[in-house]
Write a protein that binds this ligand. Structure first.
Ligand code: SIN
Length: 482
């Protein structure tokens, strides 16, 4: 029987930073569903927030809590901000290069709802890609791709490993400790900015096993996304563009967001996303991101990734404005855990990163707090794991397996139907009637002949719709229209 000390599900920032904290003496396996860079970290553009110094901690905490509609767990937020004074210097000392000025001073930028410039970035607007590459190079443990986890091996409140499809072959992987770092739920939505691998499978397994998901009504929509492409993942236009001074305008050049909040483009993400969605619906006008105030050379240097990507689509930035829509971006809720990633009533199982609900984001995540969250809580989970008493246990037999992991004939049709209903009825603006209709549709699909993976997606979708129905009042990114 093949058994590891630690199995990490996911090779984004949380999974890789957890691996970096584990000594070489441990037998560790990091698995990812596809190729390692198909993860949300890779696509993160704007940057990573970090407290600037001791004095900035209380300000960062307050900005995070205000963006989160004070639904956050304050202790988790304080941990996030305080630990950034350890984790950011840690990766810099190991060779991570954030953008600097000519004298070598780190350049900080600002994004919506931050009261000061405290966001570090790399490669201009390719922060996630640079951080991911840095951590891939640092990783000293075995990394296995094409490993799609479809079950957690749980018995009597303990996790013993997973069942996974490895290069399309059903495989059992045993481990003393399993760390879930599998990201959020992006592929459930028709319009999303996420990697195509992010499809809520592990959340769905948790629903099945009675492991609590929490704050699932708080799904975050990014305000400025270019959605006119045929691909599932839509193109993000980083919040840092607005942080540096880009405007959101309508067909007539009117900066309409001031009708929604006196901070205009720099209001928190939920308000800006809702404002754009509502304005387009109400007026029939389109919304655009306008960069024309920027000098060409500066723009190309500061946002090389966006300049290049949109250049290939025929845009000439910063001269051209670009049509925008909100799109699903980030799950504020997730698998409920404490600030060490421990899950109540469950031994040998941790959760970190976007998959986790520590309470750090409240009802709406503050921009650029997620890369930081990935590192801070990965470190704490590993500290906990290494600090606990190691008990030698006999591994039970797990015989049950699933015949139809990947496909049944209907799956593709239902998957698309689900993505549309999530966008239409469990999206930016919700109604009780729409939520009930979505609930019925999801229930109906669950009772069809479907494959295991679709079943898991539907489990997670049910958890989102149930949480949305349970919260009658609007809060943060959960907005109910009466
Ligand atoms: C962005 O660059 O706008 C995304 C950053 C984030 O989601 O925090």
């Amino acid at each position: 029987m093949k058994k590891y000390d630690v199995l990490i599900i996911g090779a984004g920032i949380a999974g890789l930073y957890a691996a970096m904290q584990l000594p070489k003496s441990k037998k560790v396996l990091v698995v990812c569903k596809d190729i390692p860079w198909e993860c949300n970290t890779f696509y993160a553009q704007g940057g990573m927030s970090t407290a600037l110094n001791e004095a900035d901690i209380s300000v960062h905490v307050e900005d995070t809590m205000a963006a989160g509609a004070y639904h956050n767990d304050k202790e988790a937020v304080e941990i996030l901000s305080r630990t950034s004074l350890v984790t950011t210097p840690d990766i810099i000392s190991q060779g991570m290069e954030f953008d600097t000025d000519e004298e070598g001073n780190i350049l900080y930028t600002k994004e919506a709802a931050h009261s000061t410039e405290r966001i570090v970035h790399a490669g201009g607007d390719a922060t996630g890609r640079y951080m991911h590459y840095f951590m891939m190079v640092q990783n000293k443990h075995q990394l296995q791709k094409n490993t799609l986890v479809y079950d957690l091996l749980i018995e009597d409140g303990r996790c013993y490993g997973v069942k996974a499809s490895v290069n399309y072959r059903p495989t059992t992987i045993y481990a003393d400790d399993v760390i879930i770092a599998s990201g959020g739920i992006g592929s459930l939505y028709a319009y999303n900015t996420n990697s195509r691998t992010i499809s809520a499978d592990i959340h769905g397994i948790c629903v099945e096993k009675g492991i609590e998901l929490s704050d699932m009504e708080f799904m975050q929509f990014h305000p400025t996304v270019f959605v006119d492409t045929p691909y599932a993942r839509k193109l993000l236009l980083t919040e840092a563009l607005r942080g540096e001074g880009a405007h959101v305008v309508d067909d007539d050049g009117n900066r309409f967001l001031f009708e929604y909040d006196n901070r205009g483009e720099l209001a928190s993400r939920d308000i800006v996303a809702r404002g754009i969605f509502d304005y387009k619906r109400k007026t029939g006008k389109n919304a655009y991101l306008d960069f024309s105030m920027f000098e060409e050379k500066w723009f190309e240097h500061r946002f090389p990734n966006i300049t290049r990507t949109f250049g290939a689509l025929g845009y000439y930035f910063p001269k051209d404005k670009v049509s925008i829509s909100p799109a699903f971006h980030y799950a504020n809720g997730g698998i409920k855990c404490d600030t060490y990633g421990c899950i109540e009533g469950m031994e040998g199982l941790y959760v970190i990163g976007e998959a986790a609900r520590t309470g750090v984001h409240g009802a709406n995540r503050l921009a650029s707090n997620s890369l930081l969250e990935g590192m801070v809580f990965a470190k704490r989970a590993v500290d906990h794991l290494l600090g606990k008493e190691q008990i030698v246990l006999k591994t039970p037999e797990f015989e049950k397996d699933y015949a139809n992991i990947l496909h049944k004939d209907n799956d593709k049709t239902y998957k698309h139907k689900l993505r549309q209903v999530m966008w239409d009825d469990i999206g930016i603006i919700r109604t009780t009637q729409g939520l009930h209709e979505a609930k019925n549709l999801i229930y109906d699909m669950k009772n069809r002949e479907i494959g295991r993976l679709l079943e898991l997606r539907l489990n997670t979708a049910s958890a989102i719709v149930d949480a949305a129905l349970a919260r009658k009042e609007s809060l943060g990114s959960h907005y109910m229209e009466s």
